[in-house]
Write a protein that binds this ligand. Sequence first.
Ligand code: SAH
Ligand code: SF4
Length: 440
Amino acid sequence: MNVYDSARMADILSPLGYSMTAEPEGADMAILNTCHIREKASEKTFSELGRLRNMRKSKQASDEGDMIIAVAGCVAQAEGKEIMKRAPYVDMVFGPQSYHKLPEMLAEATRGAGQILDTDFPVEPKFDSLPDEAIDTNLSAFLTVQEGCDKFCAFCVVPYTRGAEFSRSVDSILSEAKRMIAGGTREITLLGQNVNAYHGEGPDGRTYSLAELIQELAALDGLWRLRYTTSHPLEMTEDLCRVHRDVDILMPYLHLPVQAGSDRILEAMNRRHTADEYRRIIDKLRGYRPDLALSGDFIVGFPGETDAEFEDTMQLVRDVSYAQAYSFKYSPRPGTPAAALEGQMIEEKIKSERLAALQALLNEQQLAFNKSFEGREVPVLLEREGKREGQLIGRSPYMQSVFVQSPTHRIGRTATVIVEEGNANSLRGKLKPGDIASAA
Ligand code: SAH
Ligand code: SF4
């Protein structure tokens, strides 16, 4: 979502004469778009700010003008005042719900109004104020449909930094999608912190579910692939499970985080479902879409987690078998209920051991998943050139990166690739001969 937000900020600034640079050195403005989800991500803010400050100094010293420094995103939201105090050279600090006001903030900052702080959750949602040009038209692009979260998992800062759940209207999403498609987008990933909690106003005034929104989008001409992320198990409703069977452009890949495999830990995390309920959701989804590949998020070392409870997570992973996954050591976040469980914090060494064991299992599953494609034909949306001469990189329906030798003019098309090699993080294959002829 930060990638999506950064692109929107660039679009908002373009009428003011700004365009993206490849490197921050020498830039007229630097916006650090930050993440607060874990301590490590959040700590980076201050070290990166130090680097930007040095760049600004050398720009000033060489008489090439000034550099405006801004901090955006969730660290700005959560620690705005602290940033302004610790880094008084920062010109603007604004949260994820107020970047549509960038032109006004910029005008104020350049007028010498001092440091600008905007971390309000505005009544007027930012999506209504984004300019029409502010859209992503990459071949494969993101579209935010839902933001914020009301779930309050005990470890998580999102409900505090991104704010309450909000769904955009079906009309505004459809018109953004149409503009994306007209600009060349063929694959759209619907984004939301809790995307399947989507409940937006439909054209008829009724509230639409994510399943209904997906059906509306699937009817648009020129769109080849749809995905959505990130979902919560509680909202994997029957109609949403069923669109995995009924909507052919919905890709057979789902990121469905579970966090842990122990019911006691799930309860302490306030996830509001058991491990078996999660297993049953997966069974149901696979019933509708047998080739569905799964991805997940896991936290090891949540306060009080015992060896046996960690083993429950390992067992759940064995039962589900993931094509891909993200796993993290629990990181106490200020203001969250879990961070107050002081007496129960797990030692760093144990967290590291558990993470290593979990990641070894997940890597094994990912490699086995990729290897299972050897000899098979997969439709690959060719996205860009690779590093090697004549090589293109694309994606399979299951989110695997696929490397293939192909003429560049095929970028933007879907090719049938015969997979020759399944590796840890990618597939390698060759274009199917008949497929080349038909495209030529
Ligand atoms: N809305 C999604 C997740 C958003 S945060 C969901 O409910 O699943 C992305 C991931 O970061 C989470 O799934 C979780 O695995 C991880 N995460 C969040 N807070 C964390 C914390 N305090 N420590 C470690 N990992 C965390
Ligand atoms: Fe955080 Fe996801 Fe839980 Fe919301 S549902 S609190 S975003 S982990």
